[in-house]
Design a protein around this ligand. Structure first.
Ligand code: SF4
Length: 335
């Protein structure tokens, strides 16, 4: 087995908002404690082997993008450790940390919003490698040509501005910018979600080609299990900040052990099974400000039991290399 490139150990992120004057006065009069904040990511542990594609899946608000930003060192974790290539990034000095953090790059959902509209493509792509001394100034043009070619563009793109490109081409520019600093890991945060289906397929194929060519590892953040099935080795399912199931892609699709994963799967149209009708996940995702007690999924779960409204189900191994957090698994394990 290859070495882990990334390890998350009990990582949590809590966003707190300072109460305004009125809220503080109300809390004082009613002797209420101020809100403990939003637990956007709650005790997530994860090991990523080099060269793998790990899908992180869940609906909006499940914490997957916050987790991505913690791994990319864009925001700090409130608790827990992020180990990249065996090093706890939080304990490194600023220079070493910046150097290692450059090896983890993000490709964002909206390429238009993430590209500076006032800069030419050449400057967008080459700014970071020049500033960080990764590419010498004398090699700027040759490296730019190489990067554009790697993403299926040519040097005619170099002097143009982002608005002169289609959505798919802009995403290629975003990928070239990420590759420019020679990363080992790419975090694709809903990177194809805003694209038409045919363009999605082209960008996914490009990402898979680049993975082989550049020996990359991917964290692939998505709400779409259909996309994840085609490119991921393993899948992590998140719900309201917690990991509820984690297994190989094959196991997730063939023998899921969590009702939320099963609900997400039933929402995926599958032509090969002749399945034309599909059911969206029932009910609304609860507010993370006031999540349900016990299992967070209990208000939407078709199998809810009294215990689910009180006890938090722990994430534990239900089969080799397959973990799930659901009390139903205790019943089947006890049989
Ligand atoms: Fe449903 Fe209970 Fe399992 Fe939660 S713990 S997913 S509510 S059966």
């Amino acid at each position: 087995m290859s070495e882990p490139i990334l390890e998350l150990r009990h990582v949590s992120k809590v966003f707190t908002q300072r109460p305004d004057l009125i809220e503080r006065a109300v809390n004082l009069v009613s002797r209420k404690h101020p809100s403990a904040g939003v637990h956007a990511v709650n005790d997530v542990s994860l090991t990523v082997q080099a060269g793998k594609v790990i899908g992180i899946v869940g609906e909006s608000g499940c914490g997957k993008s916050t987790l991505a930003r913690i791994v990319a060192q864009l925001i700090p974790a409130t608790q827990g450790e992020v180990l990249y290539r065996g090093q706890n990034l939080a304990t490194l000095d600023a220079t070493s940390r910046r150097r290692m953090a450059l090896e983890i790059q993000m490709v964002f959902q909206n390429p238009f919003a993430s590209l500076n509209p006032r800069k030419r493509v050449a400057d967008i792509i080459m700014e970071a490698p020049l500033v960080h001394g990764i590419t010498p100034a004398r090699e700027r043009e040759s490296r730019l040509a190489e990067l554009l070619s790697m993403v299926g563009l040519d040097m005619s793109a170099a002097q143009r501005y982002p608005h002169q490109f289609s959505g798919g081409q802009r995403q290629r520019i975003g990928i070239a910018r990420a590759l420019a600093v020679k990363p080992r890991m790419l975090i694709c945060d809903e990177s194809v979600a805003a694209l038409d289906v045919s363009i999605q397929a082209q960008i996914l194929n490009l990402l898979m080609d680049l993975k082989e060519r550049e020996q990359l590892t991917y964290l692939f953040i998505s709400h779409d299990l259909g996309v994840v099935e085609h490119i991921c080795d393993e899948v992590v399912i998140m719900y309201l900040g917690r990991v509820v199931e984690q297994a190989s892609t094959e196991d997730i699709f063939s023998q899921s052990r969590h009702p939320y994963t099963q609900a997400l799967l039933s929402a995926v149209p599958r032509i090969e099974d002749g399945k034309r009708d599909y059911q969206p996940v029932q009910g609304e995702i609860p507010s993370p400000l006031n999540p349900p007690a016990g299992c967070h999924f209990n208000p939407r779960c078709p199998h809810v039991m009294p215990r689910c409204r009180v006890d938090v189900p722990l994430l534990r191994e239900v089969m080799p290399r397959h973990t799930a957090a659901c009390h139903l698994n205790d019943l089947s394990l006890a049989r």
